[in-house]
Design a protein around this ligand. Structure first.
Ligand code: COA
Length: 175
């Protein structure tokens, strides 16, 4: 079962289950070495959750952000914190969650979607229709504009084409 909800509407038990999935996928000991741990990240306003046999097996954070592309205002959809329980991988759960996020972007009038990911996952997201964004990605860290260089970025065509170059300013923290 796949659902998209506002994070604030989840019950405490649902929130705890999502956090428990996060701790399984990203054990705290590993997190201590993650190069992005010092960055300020946004909290998703919505999330897609996939349940199998009553248990949450996959999660994707969903964002909408008033941003700019080459100085022009643009509504950008975001996907982040994508994770699937190790025992439930390879069954298309994350793909379904990311596709659902794309439908949400379309329904809300986003121009394009944006995500950041490790290089090893670029081919995976390409299979889901995302394209590498080779331009400059500006984010805010504690209010200060700064280039995002931790990972590469990928964009998804929604109401407009997916930008491959240029400057995107997320006007806020990354996701
Ligand atoms: C990446 C992840 C979310 C995929 O979840 P999933 O539900 O198994 O995804 P799908 O079933 O839709 O697709 C599986 C495909 O993802 C790709 N994939 C997953 N992890 C990968 C990795 N580390 N490197 C390269 N490709 C990978 C593979 O193509 C895989 O196909 P395969 O099972 O035939 O090998 C899951 O592996 C995960 O939680 N990983 C750890 C957290 C993470 O890296 N999240 C992504 C942040 S952008």
């Amino acid at each position: 079962m796949l659902t998209l909800d506002r994070l604030a509407d989840l019950t405490d038990a649902d929130r705890a289950a999502a956090a428990a999935l996060g701790a399984i996928v990203y054990p705290p000991a590993d997190h201590a070495h993650w190069p992005g741990r010092h960055l300020e990240w946004d909290t998703p306003e919505w999330c897609v959750r996939v349940h199998d046999g009553g248990a949450i097996v996959s999660f994707a954070g969903v964002y909408l952000r008033d941003a700019t592309l080459d100085g022009t205002s643009v509504l950008v959809g975001g996907v982040g914190k994508v994770k699937t329980h190790p025992a439930a991988r390879g069954r298309g759960f994350a793909a379904a969650a990311v596709r659902r996020a794309g439908e949400f972007f379309e329904a809300h009038g986003a121009a394009f979607g944006l995500l950041v990911c490790r290089a090893e996952l670029v081919a995976y997201y390409e299979r889901l229709g995302w394209r590498e964004f080779a331009g400059r990605l500006i984010v805010r860290q504690r209010g200060e504009a700064t280039d995002f260089t931790l990972n590469g970025a990928m964009a998804l065509a929604v109401r407009a084409d997916a930008p491959a170059a240029g400057t995107i300013d997320l006007c806020g923290p990354p996701w």
